[in-house]
Design a protein around this ligand. Structure first.
Ligand code: TYC
Length: 102
């Protein structure tokens, strides 16, 4: 709260810092080869979306090039990105998933 000053007029009090951990956006990128149904499946499987939600988000990525598919702590975001990248590679699709600090 307040910043009382000392004899020299220097503020000595500090703001109570309740630091929330930073959040990370997980982004899905468009490409020309990954089948639409595969992307829908990824969004259902790893991001808990319904089929309708997943289809809508897939179309957004397809049309706009990229979309945020979720916002998570650093650890969870890294796990999601790894799961999607592994799953895509195992199925030999070039689908790309990345994260960035919010
Ligand atoms: N553009 C792809 C196609 O036409 C579909 C696609 C959508 C691929 C979203 C990646 O993240 C993606 N088959």
């Amino acid at each position: 709260p307040g910043d009382p000053s000392d004899a020299t007029g220097v503020a000595v009090d500090t703001k109570p810092k309740t630091k929330r951990p930073p959040l990370y956006k997980v982004l899905l990128l468009n490409d020309d080869y990954t089948p639409m149904e595969f992307v829908v499946h990824v969004l259902e499987r790893f991001f808990g979306m319904t089929h309708a939600q997943a289809f809508e988000v897939m179309l957004t990525v397809h049309k706009k090039g990229v979309a945020v598919v979720g916002v998570f702590s650093h650890e969870i975001a890294e796990t999601k990105v790894g799961q999607v990248m592994d799953f895509a590679r195992r199925h030999q699709h070039p689908l790309q998933c990345t994260m960035e600090k919010e």
